[in-house]
Design a protein around this ligand. Structure first.
Ligand code: ADP
Ligand code: MG
Length: 236
């Protein structure tokens, strides 16, 4: 059974349909990609999965439980964690304190400081621990955002364009991290525009265009899919 199952989710803004009967799954031990041009509905789908937006129709299941009517905090306690495309750190707090505050909400809350330091070390961020989070360059700030979601030890991890602003070396290390998280049993759902990262780390890729899933499959297949190319060329 997939850890995350999205069933026929639809969302409209005014009269305009942002998501149209979207279904997908993310499984433990796998990195699942979600790609598509700007405005396709990727972040809106994350809002629905995370509990920030109620879908007009459809369901979200976490580990077999229908969580469609549950709020974000409840879903987080079930093991769901996400990053945001628009970074929202507590800018005046240090990187370490940003992680500690997040850790207070997770299973490691009794050892929030130690949990924060362990995640910082894992992501090679220890040297930035005392820096105010609002002063970091984008690549590092993205990584801190990922670190904040990792202190919750999520079973399902949603990442919204985590590599935007990372340089090539940061992206390589990030790819290794995603593979390691999957190897530990996490279900990773990755929204990302960096196609080489997506094609390298994902086991499966879903393609969203204008609110609809238009293709899905292993990276080798997606790379050559005419519908996928059209979705991107349409944007260009
Ligand atoms: P993506 O993340 O794939 O770029 P989004 O989910 O951000 O796409 O947006 C999908 C569509 O929904 C876009 O047309 C966007 O303008 C619209 N949209 C997103 N959020 C809102 C909102 N809060 N109110 C109205 N329209 C929105
Ligand atoms: Mg988005």
């Amino acid at each position: 059974m997939p850890l995350l199952r999205v069933e026929e989710v639809s969302v409209s803004f005014g009269g305009r349909r942002a998501l149209d009967a979207v279904s997908l799954t993310a499984e433990a031990g796998r990195v699942t990609g979600l790609i598509g041009p700007n405005g396709a509905g990727k972040s809106t789908l994350f809002d629905v999965i995370g509990g920030l937006r109620r879908p007009r129709t459809g369901r979200v299941l976490l580990d077999g439980h229908d969580v469609t009517r549950e709020g974000p905090a409840r879903r987080a306690r079930r093991g769901l964690s996400r990053t945001f495309q628009h970074l929202e750190p507590f800018g005046r707090l240090t990187v370490r304190d940003n992680l500690r505050v997040a850790a207070e909400f997770g299973p490691g809350r009794r050892h929030a400081a130690a949990t924060a330091d362990r995640v910082l070390a894992r992501l090679d961020l220890t040297h930035l621990a005392d820096a105010p989070a609002g002063t970091l360059p984008t690549g590092a700030a993205r990584l801190v955002e990922v670190a904040r979601s990792l202190v919750l030890a999520p079973k399902v991890l949603l990442l919204d364009e985590p590599a935007a602003g990372q340089d090539a070396e940061e992206t390589d290390r990030f790819a290794d991290l995603l593979r390691a998280l999957a190897a530990e049993g996490t279900a990773v759902l990755l929204v990302e525009h960096d196609m080489s990262l997506v094609m390298t780390v994902c086991d499966e890729v879903h393609v969203l265009d204008l609110g609809r899933i238009v293709a899905g499959g292993p990276p080798e297949t997606i790379r050559q899919d005419a519908t996928v190319l059209a979705a991107y060329l349409g944007e260009a």
